[in-house]
Design a protein around this ligand. Structure first.
Ligand SMILES: NC(=O)c1ccc[n+]([C@@H]2O[C@H](COP(=O)([O-])OP(=O)(O)OC[C@H]3O[C@@H](n4cnc5c(N)ncnc54)[C@H](O)[C@@H]3O)[C@@H](O)[C@H]2O)c1
Length: 247
């Protein structure tokens, strides 16, 4: 018997570092996993890998920021026991240099996306279903250059609390706020930057643990919150940043 036996789990951002690991971990605990992402090529690779491993996995194209795409996706989904909103994008620029279009893109994917997906799947959520939103410690920590990203992740924390209030006591809704992770997301942003190694070193040094986190360290927190083990936890945002915001 595993924590997710017979459960249907939907993971957005399924092609990403954290999303793909969540899909593997949920499937390993016998969940029927539906992964969704805009990246169809990576989705196809994940599907091949999951099927080769004999796990139950379906990949669907989804643009979380597009209401029509989300509505069409929701029509393909039946009962949902676990929803993880992991789709997200990173953005870095001083406030004065942040284009309005970039601000909108980040907020549209990181906040409107979670809003739309949760809204469209609300009626599909089974009694006892759980929602986990991937926020960030940027929601609570000021860092120059992160205006759009921080605002989007802070809004996601607020959305998590309100959704938890609205869906209680039938469903639980929580957020995970990782600090800087050693994943493709920050590397993509910093690739080509002359001070890349210094910036990454600075992020690690800012934490009490003096290191970046790993995607594999975020997954168990998400699964815990999604499972009955966290039966008393709702509306919470769990910070996992090696102590960076606790100084
Ligand atoms: N990696 C980190 O350092 C870190 C730290 C804190 C929080 N997070 C958050 O965790 C989540 C997952 O991050 P990750 O490291 O796996 O990043 P990632 O870039 O590897 O994965 C993000 C995924 O979201 C998908 N995506 C982007 N726009 C989309 C859209 N409009 N519709 C559907 N899918 C879309 C991408 O295709 C990608 O597969 C994100 O919300 C991110 O903000 C990441």
């Amino acid at each position: 018997m595993t924590r997710f036996d017979g459960k249907v789990a939907v993971v957005t951002g399924a092609a990403g570092d954290i999303g793909s690991r969540l899909c593997r971990a949920l499937a390993a605990e016998n969940a029927e996993v539906i992964g969704a992402d805009v990246d169809e090529a990576a989705g196809a690779r994940l599907t091949a890998e999951m099927h080769a491993a004999g796990t139950s996995f379906t990949f669907r194209h989804l643009d979380v920021a597009d209401p029509r795409s989300v509505a069409a996706f929701a029509r393909t989904v039946g009962r949902v026991d676990v929803l993880v909103n992991a789709a997200g994008v990173l953005s870095y620029a001083p406030l004065s240099e942040t284009a309005v279009e970039e601000w909108d893109r980040v907020l549209d994917i990181n906040v409107r996306g979670a809003f739309l997906v949760t809204k469209e799947l609300t009626s599909a959520l089974a009694d006892g279903a759980t929602v986990v939103n991937l926020s960030s410690s940027a929601a609570v920590r000021a860092g120059a250059g992160w205006s759009a990203y921080s605002a989007s992740k802070a809004a996601l924390v607020a959305l998590t609390k309100v959704t938890a209030a609205e869906l209680a006591p039938r469903c639980r809704v929580n957020a995970v706020c990782p600090g800087a992770l050693d994943t493709r997301m920050p590397h993509r942003l910093l690739d080509g930057h002359p001070a890349k190694e210094t910036i990454l070193h600075g992020m690690a040094e800012a934490s009490m643990l003096k290191r970046l986190g790993e995607a594999d360290e975020v997954v168990p927190i998400c699964l815990f919150l999604a499972s009955e083990e966290a039966g008393l936890i709702t509306g919470a945002s769990i910070i996992a940043d090696g102590g960076t915001t606790a100084w």
